[in-house]
Design a binder for this molecule. Structure first.
Ligand code: ATR
Length: 278
């Protein structure tokens, strides 16, 4: 590979057609007039080890990783950031010049950056956070909130054992609520997060009593189709500060783009429109 060839990056997953990352990175490459390409690749798990050996030799600087390969990417990496290890999954790979694959997870960073940008007055240290869900997204949210100094995390999940597992992994600040009593998590909470897929187009709604929502709370959702989920609509009606989930997707892409293409990109309204356009 000659050193003046344009840098390459991309996203691997299975399927990959739905991924918004090519549109997002493509917009930044065009906006900043950078030479480089970002390519979606549908990859089977069994092909990933060979791919990680070959792509750096073809001029790739790294990859984003999406469902279902995030755990595999973490396992195969030579070096892993603390936050990726804590989350147990990688969404960003950097191919280093010494041949090593460095794995990071920027989902939690994306979550916090979205809230900081859209609700600058929000202070996670002000009170407990209530989280619905205990899957991969919930893990990233929990790691980010703990790093930000949240005093307590209340967690409720349909399958209680998964929430208990997170309490075992993340320790004393975690309190598990039964799914039938998930609404009780809202009492005096400062931050409320839906980290389940409920409320997404084509999925059932989050059917948790929401009368505990009050105007001093920040409410956000990892779901961004629709942008205003039933939870966010209810929270808005009750006067809460509301931040939709699209910004998490946009912000999680920033660290990878900066590493691969050498410039820290902006998350702005234009980017939101570009990513939402069909
Ligand atoms: P992700 O990595 O996006 O978090 P996941 O690990 O499949 O995906 O987690 C999906 C989350 O949505 C889980 O908390 C899941 O609850 P279970 O652990 O009980 O499966 C939650 N979820 C999905 N469909 C649900 C439903 N119909 N009712 C309640 N929770 C649901």
């Amino acid at each position: 590979m000659s050193s003046n060839a344009p840098p390459l990056a991309g996203v691997i997953g299975h399927p990959i057609g739905h991924s918004k990352s090519p549109r997002l990175h493509g917009h930044w490459l065009r906006t900043y007039g950078l030479a480089g390409h970002y390519i979606p690749m549908q990859v089977e798990r069994r092909d990933i080890p060979e791919m990680l050996r070959l792509l750096p030799r073809l001029g790739f600087c790294g990859l984003n990783v999406t469902v279902p390969h995030k755990e595999t990417a973490l396992e195969l990496a030579d070096l892993v950031t603390d936050r990726a290890a804590l989350i147990g999954a990688a969404n960003t790979l950097i191919f280093r010049s010494d041949g090593k694959v460095h794995a990071d997870n920027t989902d939690g960073y994306g979550f916090i950056s979205n809230l900081r940008q859209n609700a600058p007055e929000w202070d996670p240290r002000r009170g407990p956070a209530a989280i619905f869900g205990a899957g991969g997204a919930a893990r990233a949210v929990i790691v980010a909130l703990l790093e930000s100094g949240v005093p307590e995390i209340r967690l409720s999940n349909r399958t209680r054992a998964r929430a208990e597992r997170l309490r075992a992994d993340f320790g004393a600040k975690m309190v598990v609520y039964d799914w039938a009593r998930a609404g009780n998590m809202l009492d005096d909470a400062a931050t409320v997060v839906n980290a389940t897929s409920l409320g997404m187009t084509g999925q059932p709604d989050l059917r948790v009593p929401l009368d505990g929502l009050s105007p001093d709370m920040l409410v956000t959702d990892i779901v961004y189709t629709p942008l205003e989920t039933p939870l966010l609509a209810e929270a808005r009606n009750r006067g809460c500060t509301v931040v939709d989930g699209l910004g998490m997707l946009l912000h999680q892409a920033v660290p990878g783009f900066e590493r691969w293409f050498g410039l820290r990109p902006e998350v702005d309204e234009t980017l939101r429109h570009v990513v939402l356009a069909e």
